[in-house]
Structure formats: structure tokens, C-alpha cells
Design a protein around this ligand. Structure first.
Ligand SMILES: [Zn+2]
Length: 206
């Protein structure tokens, strides 16, 4: 499935009518979406009632759109937390940046931007003293450490085999900050359980 520049397909439908209903729902929430039929080409889109259509939105709106449409699991990551991770990733470049995420449920309340003991462009180990400090701080605020984040300075925000293998599993969340060149989404979130990986749709507001 191909997408236009900077847009991603967030849902796929058999009937154009269903896609139009979803588009209207997003529109009512201020999210601009576009309905596109794969085989629209020279056909009259109004004439054929059934064919595969996709709903596209700007990459930055993809998480909000998935949440609005009730698709899959989601994670609330406020703008300032996303900005904090991006800034730390830029600062650490060309090495990987890393840190921890505190919160509860499907909400990230705070990001900790910590030191990468490996000082490497391809690996990270969170400084254990800083890790401990972050845990203490989160606990004092009534939050849990729910996951970790790191950057891929030279790649996309896609989990590597090492990321999956090293994840503690369970409810642990891994957020990756990539360069966004391939998918257009520089920040992506995952929940891993063994080799099973579920992407969480990131949204910015409740
Ligand atoms: Zn990684």
C-alpha cells in the first residue's frame, strides 16, 4: 500500500461508504483525512459501491486518528514529552539517546532523559545510578516506570531484533525516536511480549 508524501493509511475498508463515515468522524474532531481507493484510476468512484479503500491522514495525526476510530491499543504521550525526547536525541547525536518513561495505564506522565553508558551510535545502557534516581522520583510522584525509550540516530523508529530480545516483556513499553525518513513518524511506541510486538498508536491529548 502506497501513501502520499507525509501521509499514512490508518484504516482500510471494503466499502467506500464506511470510509466516508470514518472520514467525517475524524473531520468532526479536527483531523483532516482523505479517502483513497486503490483502484480509483480511471474508474468512476461513485459508480462502484464495493472496492478496497484506505483512509489517509498526515503522519503526525496518525495516532490521534487511530484513537478517534477506536483502532488498536494507544498511548498518550503529551507534546512536551515528545519534544523532550526529540531534544535529547538531537543532543546525544550521533550516539543513541536513552531514558525512562513514567506514568500509569496508557498515559505517559514524565520522560527521564538519561545518560547512555555505552556512548554508542548502535547501543545503549541506561546509567544505573540515574535509573535508580528516576525510579525513586517516579515513585515519589505516585507513578510507575512503565517503559524505556531510546533513539535510532541513523534509522527509523522501528524496533531492532536486539530491542525485541532485550525487552523485559509483559506490560513494558518501548518507545523509539528515529529519523522519520521512512515512515514519517519519528516517534513510535511498542509493547513486546516475547517475540510478539504490538505497536501502540501515540496520541497527544486525552
Ligand atoms: Zn533500538
Amino acid at each position: 500500500m502506497t501513501s502520499g508524501q507525509g501521509t499514512v493509511a490508518v484504516a482500510e475498508y471494503l466499502f467506500r461508504g464506511d470510509a466516508e463515515v470514518a472520514r467525517a468522524l475524524l473531520d468532526s474532531q479536527g483531523i483532516r483525512a482523505h479517502v483513497r481507493a486503490d483502484d480509483e484510476g480511471g474508474l468512476n468512484p461513485g459508480f462502484f459501491s464495493e472496492y478496497r479503500v484506505v483512509l489517509e491522514v498526515k503522519a503526525a495525526d496518525a495516532g490521534d486518528a487511530r484513537v478517534a476510530l477506536g483502532l488498536g491499543e494507544s498511548l498518550l504521550v503529551p507534546d512536551e514529552i515528545q519534544a523532550g525526547m526529540m531534544a535529547h536525541a538531537e543532543w546525544a547525536h550521533p550516539n543513541e539517546a536513552c531514558g525512562l518513561l513514567a506514568g500509569g495505564g496508557e498515559v505517559i506522565e514524565m520522560v527521564f532523559c538519561l545518560s547512555n553508558r555505552d556512548a554508542s551510535p548502535t547501543r545503549y545502557t541506561i546509567d544505573p545510578h540515574e535509573h535508580y534516581g528516576a525510579m525513586r522520583f517516579a515513585e515519589a510522584c505516585g507513578w510507575d516506570i512503565v517503559g524505556a525509550w531510546h533513539s535510532h540516530p541513523n534509522g527509523d523508529a522501528v524496533l531492532s531484533n536486539v530491542d525485541v530480545a532485550e525487552s523485559p516483556g509483559g506490560e513494558w513499553i518501548t518507545v523509539v525516536v528515529g529519523n522519520g525518513r521512512l515512515t514519517g513518524s519519528p516517534i513510535r511506541a511498542y509493547r513486546t511480549d516475547g517475540p510478539a510486538v504490538t505497536e501502540l498508536a501515540i496520541h497527544r491529548s486525552a
